[in-house]
Design a protein around this ligand. Structure first.
Ligand SMILES: *Cc1c(COP(=O)(O)O)cnc(C)c1O
Length: 358
């Protein structure tokens, strides 16, 4: 076994997605399972494709290609607004995409025609988080532009994203603005839109029962909720989901008593910061063979009792183990629970082995 290891519990994620799908369906909401947080491993995608989700969604067309080439059967959605340079692949591989640019839609329409392929585009709207999306007052001009597109490029609905670029949360007020954007489009194109996609995990799962979503909201795109059982934008765990979905394991390569206060003049550390360490006398500390090159260290919570993270360099994670009830030794494995950036970074790192269980 080569460490560090990211150990992923597929059965726990599956139980989370099943709970999310059931709860959302009580509210007339379908669920797209977003795989980007864990870099879309095939083991997970295969498992999800057997659940009642209505699409597998990822931000990278490369991941969608990999999943399709593996033979996974599901509708696929590209959830990062596409680059014009990848439109051929997007039309060729994905069933849905999220789009916020009229020129891109026109290009997609041409490619649908030339490939004789149907594709569904969801219009992204910006309700204040200031990432992707058409602005509210563009609804009429956008709708007029849609009339010129090929019928092979179906406009399936509208979507909104919260809590990503600016941390803006969904509210009843912004939901109303979102609905009125859709209704304006509908009145110009003369038909109803199928999908009103009300956001990601952000606030939506914890507020589902509080009636935050108007009846027309019928889709959510969920990643963090089933991957970690948490909602980082609200800083909470989702109490009806499980959080023990994965652990990051690393090996101790040194255990020694050392002073807590560095000896000598203190300049900048490896990352340009001037560190400050309180003098707490001599304490037992360990070095784990994992570092910032492998994972976003700030996102790790130790799972072994008494372990505290001191600091990390590119390849070393220093932990205080003085208060541990057991005497940890060199060669032992310590475990950590990653948050979203911790999961993202360790899942993309080629230095971290991945094990899928359950
Ligand atoms: C990442 C992303 C999601 C999923 O976000 P989570 O917070 O992981 O649920 C949904 N929609 C879009 C457009 C995204 O970029």
């Amino acid at each position: 076994m080569s460490y560090p290891v990211l150990r992923v519990h597929l059965d726990v994620m599956e139980s989370n997605i099943n709970k999310i799908v059931s709860k959302c369906s009580e509210h007339g909401i379908s669920v797209w399972a977003v795989t980007k947080g864990l870099s879309a491993p095939l083991e997970l995608a295969r498992r999800l494709s057997g659940t009642r989700i209505s699409a597998l969604a990822d931000s990278r067309i490369k991941n969608i290609r990999r999943m399709k080439e593996d033979g996974i059967k599901a509708p696929f959605a590209l959830i990062r607004i596409p680059m014009r340079s990848e439109i051929e692949d997007v039309i060729g591989l994905a069933d849905y995409s999220l789009v916020s640019d009229m020129g891109t839609l026109e290009l997609m329409s041409k490619v649908c025609e030339s490939k004789k392929k149907e594709h569904s585009a969801m219009l992204m709207t910006d309700m204040g988080d200031l990432r992707e999306g058409f602005w509210s007052d563009e609804a009429e001009t956008v709708a007029e532009g849609l009339k010129k597109l090929s019928p092979a490029l179906k406009i399936c609905g509208i979507g909104v994203n919260y809590g990503c670029a600016s941390g803006v949360l969904p509210s009843k007020e912004s939901m109303q603005r979102f609905l009125s954007f859709g209704e304006k489009i509908e009145s110009v194109i003369g038909r109803k839109l199928d999908i009103y996609s009300g956001g990601a995990t952000t606030r939506s799962l914890i507020a589902l029962d509080d009636g935050i979503f108007p009846a027309r909201i019928n889709n959510l795109r969920i990643g963090e909720g089933y991957l970690l059982g948490s909602d980082k934008s609200s800083g909470v765990i989702i109490p009806w989901l499980r959080q023990d979905t994965m652990e990051l394991e690393a090996e101790l390569v040194e255990v020694r008593r050392k002073p807590t206060k560095p000896i000598g003049e203190v300049g900048r550390d490896a990352f340009g910061n001037v560190p400050y360490f309180e003098d707490r006398g001599e304490r037992l500390r360990g070095i784990l063979a994992i570092g910032r090159q492998d994972v976003n260290i700030g996102g790790l919570t130790p799972l072994d009792e008494g372990v505290k993270i001191i600091t990390a360099s590119s390849d070393h994670l220093l932990v205080d183990i003085e208060d541990c009830p057991v005497a940890h030794k060199v060669g032992e494995i310590l475990r950590f629970r990653p948050d979203y950036p911790g999961m993202l970074s360790s899942s993309t790192s080629p230095y971290v082995a991945k094990i899928y269980e359950g």
